[in-house]
Design a binder for this molecule. Structure first.
Ligand SMILES: Nc1ncnc2c1ncn2[C@@H]1O[C@H](COP(=O)(O)OP(=O)(O)OP(=O)(O)O)[C@@H](O)[C@H]1O
Length: 340
């Protein structure tokens, strides 16, 4: 399957792939997942992000019927969470390192798994191609790099042609090249060659590598201390981040007046070296009541005009959009002191 011949099947309208409410897990007196409402539309690549110990693996295990929730319920692929036997045949998962035979080749490993599952072993060859291992299919598994082992593990999860694929930290321990290959693979898994796959495939991938998630996921779920910190389109998450503009006047003597002018326009700012740093907050985050602050570009134009009208020449205006990391840090601060 090549990128040129693939089309995206989702996101699609229709019932969500995952729709759970109040999902909670307690171990003894410790609540490790608290009251999660998660909705993942069918056909998206959804990123499940959170620091170590946030409860990602526990949640994924609950969604796959491997751990019984203390409270909460809902549906996976339209079937009740409490009846995993009804949806598991349509799921594939890589939750822990793949359990494959070191002495067998990649092909033999997948053939054996297919036969054990009562499937046509020929599917193993398609899957090897899909995960980029066709060229090394006959080498022993133990000779594979960590990235190749992970990709073969994903291959094993793909044997049943699942509608929902769950991958727990597939980039863990990989070098930058391995991460890049995994990123391309994960994206391609929600796509399908024309005519081959009529149903949308949903991929739920967990990671603490926010930059990776930002690049490959349409949908984002952020977990912090067992609680939901954000859920929605990745693009909306990014749009709700603020940005910062750095202004450098031609003369450092103008810094004080420039800062006053910017503050007079209602924009928070501070002086730093030969610059004035202006914070441009998204309107919704700044004032939920709807008292919108200027959007970045009109705000910049207003700053520029005010500077010019007061005889200040700006020799630099640099606009830096806050990264996913910045936004994530904000969220983590807000939700700190959560479930545990
Ligand atoms: N079987 C268990 N018994 C007791 N506590 C558990 C059990 N499984 C997980 N926990 C605790 O639940 C919390 C969440 O763990 P979990 O593995 O779900 O987090 P995570 O977000 O996947 O973290 P990581 O990225 O480190 O794997 C941790 O504090 C962990 O120690």
């Amino acid at each position: 399957m090549t990128a040129a011949t693939t089309i995206r099947t989702g996101p699609v309208t229709g019932p969500p792939a995952i729709d759970v409410r109040g999902l909670t897990k307690r171990y003894g007196r410790r609540t490790v997942v608290q009251n999660l409402d998660i909705t993942v539309p069918a056909g998206v690549v959804a990123g499940f992000v959170g620091p170590n110990g946030a409860g990602k693996t526990t949640t994924l295990r609950m969604l796959l019927g491997l751990v019984r929730p203390t409270a909460g319920g809902g549906t996976v692929l339209g079937e009740p969470l409490r009846a995993p036997e009804d949806f598991l045949p349509r799921c594939g998962a890589l939750i822990e390192g793949p359990a494959l035979y070191p002495g067998l080749s990649g092909r033999r490993n997948l053939h054996s798994l297919a036969v054990l599952a009562g499937q046509d072993p020929a599917i193993a060859d398609d899957v090897l191609d899909q995960v980029g291992l066709a060229g090394r299919a006959d080498d022993a598994y133990r000779t594979y790099s960590l990235g190749m082992k992970q990709r073969l593990g994903i291959g094993a999860a793909l044997l049943s042609d699942p509608d929902l694929l769950v991958l727990d930290e597939p980039t863990n321990g990989l070098d930058p090249a391995g991460i890049r290959q995994m990123r391309d693979l994960v994206r391609s898994l929600a796509e399908a060659p024309p005519g081959e796959r009529q149903r949308a495939r949903t991929v739920l991938v967990s990671s603490h590598l926010l930059a990776e998630i930002e690049q490959i996921c349409d949908w984002l779920i952020v977990l912090e201390k067992g609680r939901l910190a954000y859920q929605g389109p990745t693009a909306s998450f990014m749009a709700s981040t603020g940005s910062r503009v750095e202004l450098r006047p031609e003369s450092p003597d103008a810094l004080g007046m420039l800062a006053d002018l910017v503050a007079g326009l209602g924009l928070p700012c501070e002086r730093a070296g030969d610059r004035v740093l202006v914070e441009i907050r998204p309107a919704a985050a700044t004032d939920p009541a709807g008292d919108a602050r200027p959007a970045p570009e009109p705000a910049l134009a207003a700053v520029n005009r005010a500077a010019h009208a007061n005889g200040i020449t700006l020799v630099e205006m640099t606009w830096r959009q806050a990264s996913l990391e910045d936004r994530y840090r904000d969220l983590v601060e807000v939700t700190a002191g959560g479930a545990q």
